[in-house]
Unconditional design. Sequence first.
Length: 311
Amino acid sequence: MTQWNMGEGTWLALVPRAIRGVVALSLWSAAALATTSGKSAQSGPAPATHGRFSVLTYNVAGLPEFLSQSDPVRNIPVISELLNLYDVAFVQEDFAYHPQLASKALHPYQTPPVIQNTRTGIGDGLNTFSRLAFSSFERVTWSSCFGKLSDGADCLAPKGFTMSVHHVAPGVEIDMYNLHMDSGGSAGDIVARSEQVAQLLAHMERRSKGRPVVVAGDTNTYSDTEAVLESFRIGQGLTDACRALRCGRPRLIDRVLYRGAPGLDLRATSFTVDARFVRRDGRDLSDHKAVGVQLEWRRQKEAEPEARVQY
């Protein structure tokens, strides 16, 4: 027991013998309690070793009413509430009705309003709704496109991709990309998509090298550029969720791809073309299908470096 000097004796010596034991026991209990509390505060709960989250990619057909092949004024508010079915919802063509799309979405983390193009009055159409906190958000416009008044009129909007770092759990980060590639089937569209894939590849090499990644969006990739996208997938070590789970629709242009990284395993556990994204009359809410994927992450023990042998 710790004692404090008071001249030649100790303060405990001044306490009557009959109650010294009680005082000493009380002091010991207080010290033990303080030590235990300190340890509990320092240790805290153990970090999560695994978890899961759901991802939606959906082209919402949010062009102005007179240009849209859908019925955005009626459909977008319905889509807004359905976004809540997913932890992370990536949308494309969120052009003219963003307030309506965000009106019923309960996700606490959402991308800033779309960047408006002064010539056309619309932005890139790419937005993210997430229950997972994210940071380092950026928008990148494609350096190549094809068609202004024809071939999909892709050059009328600053289409491209977004990137953000999602904080899945303490110490667990995943880079997530949302993209919308050039549409149309002309030779110019095919070249534009090839150049867009190259641009995305260069960005990922610089920004996400060695990190876990999710890439989702409207690839507008048909058989003519399938080889280009496949070379990108292989080059980045990505897995196509649909094909990994044998979804039966490998040619879907709306895709979710992913990869893990050293220390973190990432894999898809379910894939769905979500039939809930329809109106009461059964008609689709967009001219695209809503694609949902469940992803599971698990920490992996990284291999320890081999000990160097001393001679």
